[in-house]
Each structure stands twice: as structure tokens, then as C-alpha cells.
Design a protein. Structure first.
Length: 132
């Protein structure tokens, strides 16, 4: 089945097309590290970890027999991870543009994320919940 590939391509395109469409209406921030600014001082480590995670998910999708819903979750996760990986390669950082909602801004006023981060989290949640 080719649906994981279609999901992955859709997720990569969605992040980039939505960000480009909204760039004049949102505040962009740049994250050279990983989630929540972790590894900000060592962007090469974030790049290597991102590549490693992508390779592991690809391996699992190809070689491990999974329920379709798990494949969907992993495909969404991989699409987001590849999108962030591409930004790290092309720009040297990930472009974040979605601000946290109100209650969280009290603790993290300058923390933003992007659609790829949402895809990674959503994909992980789908894969995890399918086992419950």
C-alpha cells in the first residue's frame, strides 16, 4: 500500500504551504535546537538526532508488520519529522510560527511551534492510542 507515502508527502507540503501562505500574518521565530529549545547550542546534534529518528521510523514502516492505524500515526509523525529535517538542512534551523495558547504563555512567553511539530505529536498520539 502507498498510503503512508501519500500521508508523508501531504504532511511535508502542508507545513511548508501553510507557513508560506501565512508568513505575512504571523510572527516567525527560529529554533536551531530541538523541541522547547533543547540542544539550541548544538544544532548539529539536533540534525543528527532528527535524521536518526526518521531512519528508524522508515525502517519500522517498511519492515515491521503494523496495524493500519499505527502506520497512519507513524506516517504523520515521519512527515512532520522530515519537514523539520528539511528546514534544518536548508535554513540551518526550524521555522516556528504558531504561538502557544494563553495559559501556557504565562510560563513560556516566547515559545512557538510549527505544523510539523503538531504532526509529530498527533502521529505519536495516534500510534500510542491504537495500542490501548
Amino acid at each position: 500500500m502507498f498510503y503512508p507515502l501519500i500521508i508523508i508527502i501531504f504532511c511535508i507540503l502542508a507545513e511548508n504551504l501553510v507557513r508560506i501562505s501565512l508568513k505575512d500574518f504571523v510572527q516567525l521565530s527560529y529554533n536551531s535546537g530541538a523541541a522547547f529549545g533543547i540542544l539550541n547550542n548544538v544544532p548539529k546534534v539536533a540534525l543528527i538526532l532528527s535524521c536518526f529518528v526518521c531512519v528508524i521510523i522508515i525502517f519500522v514502516l517498511i519492515f515491521v508488520k503494523l496495524k493500519p492505524v499505527v502506520k497512519i500515526g507513524l506516517s504523520i509523525m515521519l512527515g512532520g519529522a522530515i519537514s523539520n529535517f528539511i528546514e534544518r538542512i536548508v535554513f540551518g534551523h526550524v521555522i516556528d510560527w504558531i504561538p502557544l495558547p494563553f495559559p501556557f504563555t504565562i510560563l513560556f512567553p516566547d515559545l512557538n511551534f510549527n505544523l510539523a511539530d503538531v504532526e509529530i505529536s498527533l502521529g505519536a498520539l495516534i500510534a500510542f492510542l491504537s495500542y490501548l
